[in-house]
Structures are given as C-alpha cells and as structure tokens.
Design a protein. Structure first.
Length: 179
C-alpha cells in the first residue's frame, strides 16, 4: 500500500515592502512522502517571495509537467513558473519556453554548488530565468518553523526576508546566482 501525502496548513501573512504587496493567505500543502520538511519550507518561502493572488501550489513532485508553484493568468498562460532543486537543462529549457518568468530555488549547498558549476554557462541564454540559492543554515532554520498547522509572518524589505512564527524568527538573505 502506498504511503499518502501529509497535509500541512499555513496561515501566511505577507508584508512585501519591496513590491508594495500586502496580503494574508490560507495555504494547504501536501508533502509528498519523499519530500523533506526542509523542502516543504523552501516551497513556502518561494511562495512568500513571489506572493500573488493567482500563485498556487501544483501537484509538484508527483507530476513531471508541472512546477512546484505557478501563476497563470485568465487565459491559462503561465506568467510565473517556480521549481525547487537542481534541475537538468532540458526541464529548465521547457520551463523557460512555457512561462514568461521562471524562478528556480536551490538549497543543499554542497550539491547545489557542484550542479551550478556544471550548468551555469548553459543557462546564460535564458533571459527569463532567475536562480536563487537558499544557504544551508537558512534552510535548516526554516525546518524549525515547520509543523502541521503554521501561523507565519513574512516581511520583505530591501531584499531581506524575515519569516517568523510565535517562537522563532529567521532572517533570510538569499543568494541570487542568476537574475
């Protein structure tokens, strides 16, 4: 019998001073059995950094044709494609051809650094691609915020991000490997 996904709920309050965007979201996330809490929290961080009324989580790991998150307009065109991890060039090319903007979030610094060294030159041609790296200490700290029912506040100002709950506050300064 297959292991089922674990459902997480997050109340996320966002104050993004850089984009002048302020909103509250009630998120329901399914954590795939092979997904870690660290990856789940990086997904929430990616949502917070790109928050929009039309941004939504997809089937993610269980579907190859969809990213982890996407924002589509009323005609179903993909405005924003967000993926996590160290993707191969073929998947990145496909995303860049299908979406107006693509954001790729990496974490797990050692393997991400090796991946980036091997693929960086191949990605120069994609003008709509942004690669953002979340350092290990931050992604590990994000796990402290993870529980089945989360109440999170996110503030973004001058490129710095603060994500907190009632007990923890994490300062996040992502590394932009490609903008």
């Amino acid at each position: 019998m297959a292991i089922k996904a674990t459902v997480f709920k997050a109340e996320l309050q966002i104050s993004d001073m850089d984009r002048h965007y302020y909103n509250n979201f009630s998120l329901t996330l399914a954590r795939h059995p092979s997904e870690t809490n660290e990856r789940l929290m990086v997904r929430i961080l990616a949502f917070a950094m790109n928050a929009h009324e039309n941004l939504q989580f997809t089937k993610g790991l269980s579907t190859e044709d969809e990213p982890d998150l996407w924002q589509r307009n009323l005609t179903e065109d993909i405005e924003l494609w967000i993926d996590l991890g160290q993707l191969d060039e073929k998947r990145i090319r496909k995303a860049c051809n299908r979406a107006e903007k693509v954001c790729l979030y990496t974490f797990q610094s050692k393997s991400a650094a090796v991946w980036w060294q091997q693929i960086e030159n191949k990605l120069d041609r994609f003008n709509n691609l942004q690669v953002i790296h979340i350092p290990d200490d931050i992604s590990k700290d994000l796990e402290k915020l993870c529980n089945r029912n989360m109440q999170l506040q996110c503030s973004i100002q001058d490129g710095d991000i603060w994500l907190s709950d009632d007990n923890n506050s994490i300062h996040i300064h992502p590394d932009y490997w490609k903008q």
